[in-house]
Design a protein around this ligand. Structure first.
Ligand code: FAD
Ligand code: NAD
Length: 367
């Protein structure tokens, strides 16, 4: 039962157990981790193969078995956050007594570094595809009933498609169906849907293949990845979001989280760099949000504006940043998040450091 790095589940006192009733199979995992949240538990069940992964800091615990008998498609996951207990509840197909849970798979009951686990994919159905701008669309994907997966704020997933006979994988950052305006539509947080805002490039093979997907088609979606920590925002008073083009995507959940759950925040400022006005994603929603929430402000900066653009013009620069990124008071705690094309992000981070912001005050979203 040793994991790749030698830490066994037993050493860390991680264990699982299972029991049954006439109609149910319950697998219980005791992680001993306090404040274990739903985002840290990923469960899939496909063709009798059950896979339950629990993320514990930078490690991953896995239960993976080929079930003894068939189960129904829908499963339930219950988490008792305070004591870190996870229950996976499966419905038996037939009300018969199981002699065992199933055959352990190769990595069953291992506790290894998360980065050594490898990505796991499940097929998701394309439910809708709606226009955001002339070249960007919002894709809504539906997770299988037998999957429990929530993508944390600031993390991305990988999509996998077969293109000209070859498997191709690219990262995308889930967004919300819309920004938090007047009400919270419960259906957008049902956990069953993943929304992706994707720019279609005329000479981009992967996005061209996505563009050609029809509603009802399937695409493989991986487990989430990424090193952003919500706690970075939880303690900040001023939040600056520097986004360029689709680098806006990680800012969507971040904005929602900051404005709805972080009580110490005084200001949230999005500085959004685009080529032209037509390229601005969710401009109307952003302007509405700024009207609705006094803590939030948005600035658009265009690199290729038309003559009638009355706003700011240019690319990321030291002078633009010193103009727009300012602490609300001398000692306020700031977090600056930056995302966009690699040169944009790299230059931005350098300018911010030159302006005196520390590494801890900057988070760059990268691959
Ligand atoms: P590619 O063949 O990769 O290129 C697309 C276009 O860009 C082409 O026109 C090409 O000529 C040009 N191009 C490619 N590389 C360069 C370069 N270095 N310099 C200048 N031009 C170049 N995209 C989204 O739309 N939404 C997201 O939410 C999203 N999230 C991401 C999250 C992460 C962590 C990362 C790393 C990337 C993310 N991306 C996102 C980008 C995405 O992964 C793909 O790179 C993108 O969709 C392009 O794929 P493609 O195969 O269609 O095009
Ligand atoms: P784009 O070509 O429309 O450019 C948008 C703006 O970015 C421009 O107006 C300009 O201000 C700035 N910019 C572009 N190239 C620059 C350069 N060389 N130097 C300085 N500034 C520059 O952008 P797009 O096509 O929407 O591309 C968005 C990029 O963001 C992609 O490269 C994508 O991979 C990346 N992205 C990364 C993540 C992540 O790492 N987590 C998430 C989403 C998107």
């Amino acid at each position: 039962e040793k994991g790749v790095l030698g830490a066994s589940a037993k050493d860390l006192m991680l264990s699982y157990d299972w029991f049954q009733t006439d109609s149910l199979i319950t697998i219980v995992i005791y992680t001993k981790k306090k404040d274990l949240s739903a985002e840290l538990v990923i469960v899939d069940c496909q063709d009798k193969r059950l896979r339950g992964e629990i993320i514990i800091d930078d490690h991953s615990y896995l239960v993976e078995v080929d079930l003894y008998h068939a189960v129904q498609e829908d499963l339930a996951v219950n988490i008792t956050e305070k004591i870190g207990k996870v229950e996976i509840i499966l419905k038996k197909n037939d009300n018969i007594h199981w002699k065992m849970l199933g055959q352990p798979m190769e990595n069953h009951n291992t506790f290894i570094k998360r980065t050594d686990r490898g990505l796991f994919y499940r097929k998701c159905k394309l439910v809708s595809k709606t226009e955001v701008t002339h070249d960007t669309k919002l894709f809504c994907l539906m997770l299988p009933k037998s999957t429990h997966l929530h993508v944390p704020t600031g993390q991305h997933v990988y999509l996998k498609q077969i293109i000209a006979g070859t498997e191709v994988v690219k990262p995308y950052t889930p967004v919300l169906p819309f920004l938090p305006l007047d009400f919270k539509e419960p259906s957008c947080r049902d956990g069953a849907h993943i929304y992706l805002m994707i720019k279609i490039y005329s000479c981009g093979p992967f996005t061209q293949a996505l563009e050609h997907l029809q509603v009802g088609d399937y695409v493989s979606v991986s487990n989430p990845e990424g090193n952003f920590k919500k706690s970075q925002v939880q303690t900040s008073e001023d939040l600056f979001l520097l986004a360029a083009g689709t680098g806006f995507t990680p800012m969507v959940k971040l904005l929602d989280f900051a404005l709805t759950e972080v009580s110490c925040l005084r200001t949230v400022k999005l500085i959004f760099f685009n080529k032209t006005e037509d390229d601005i994603l969710w401009r109307n929603q952003l302007e509405q949000l700024a009207l609705k929430d006094k803590r939030f402000e948005v600035k658009f900066i265009l690199s290729q504006p038309t003559k009638d653009w009355m706003g700011k013009e240019g690319k990321i620069s030291s002078s633009l940043l010193s103009e727009f990124v300012k602490r609300s008071s001398k000692y306020s705690k700031v977090l600056i998040c930056i995302c966009g094309p690699t040169p944009f992000t790299e230059q931005g981070v350098q300018y911010l450091k030159d302006l005196g912001y520390s590494q801890e005050e900057i988070h760059a979203f990268t691959a």
